[in-house]
Design a binder for this molecule. Sequence first.
Ligand SMILES: Nc1ncnc2c1ncn2[C@@H]1O[C@H](COP(=O)(O)OP(=O)(O)OP(=O)(O)O)[C@@H](O)[C@H]1O
Ligand SMILES: [Mg+2]
Length: 325
Amino acid sequence: MSEDQSQSRAGREEVWIEKYRPQTLSEVAGHEDIIERLQSYVDRNDLSHMLFSGPAGTGKTTSAMAIARELYGEDWQDNFLELNASDQRGIDVIRDRVKSFARTSFGGYEYRVIFLDEADALTSEAQSALRRTMEQFSNNVRFILSCNYSSQIIDPIQSRCAVFRFSPLGDAAIEEQIHRIAEAEGIEVTDDGVEALVYVAGGDMRKAINGLQAASVTGKVVDEDAVFEITSTARPEEITAMVEQALDGDFTAARSELDRLLTDQGIAGGDVLDQIHRSVWEFDIGDEAAVRILDRVGEADYRITEGANERIQLEALLASLALEE
Ligand SMILES: Nc1ncnc2c1ncn2[C@@H]1O[C@H](COP(=O)(O)OP(=O)(O)OP(=O)(O)O)[C@@H](O)[C@H]1O
Ligand SMILES: [Mg+2]
């Protein structure tokens, strides 16, 4: 955590994602294989450079911080530098910070740890420079690079790192953490509330915990209504109904359902598309139709990324489903 971050956090009510961030590797939920491998590096006190790749909110930063805590105990913050590749103005700034950090260690440790978040934001030229920096300082520094897509990281870096692929967290890992936090905070969550949080999270623990905290603010029991409302998420059955209406050829009904989600419930078009994507295998349709829907979803997703109007893309998607036999 950078200094500005910890200062701005002070005095605010603590956010649960920080309050319940695992402090040790063994507290990290899921990822059993990864944690076992990381633990053995720590136990041998012999870190290699590492690359953590995977989607948001799955424990990459958390694991890096836990490693530092285990290696340095109370001195961890003095021997752990977190940089964000997309914050820093270019590779030169990163190199300067690495250089001054690598010069010494606090407390006589052999090496310090640098965590470079969003490494995939660096251009390949910048990554080549980073690779040279990693080599230059490899006696005094171990790098942990983090990215969402390892395919965006150049081979010479990948081959110098032990690569760890963090997958979306499973339902059980998320459920367990929700129960743990709810118990610690003394709030009541119904079974359908837990199920809704797991759905909303889609493998992202940060989303699950933020959803839980937001839904608990009213002081009432956290149930599925509270979760879907506070997170502006359509219920899976609303998505299913809309797509099935389109598949039945009733475009008008499908379109007005879409309008209700976008206008009345204020759900973002990109999120509706994402939910259609996630629900495809739950629709009451054959594989062939599912494949066709996925094809359309991919097309709409690409166009939205390129700046197309979300509502038009979603309507066009429903229209194309309604036109099919
Ligand atoms: N595996 C996990 N076990 C327990 N809590 C987790 C786990 N993963 C994430 N969390 C919770 O979610 C929060 C965010 O996780 P973290 O910062 O590790 O995500 P990340 O993988 O680095 O995501 P990003 O790609 O967005 O940086 C943590 O503070 C923690 O509360
Ligand atoms: Mg992170």
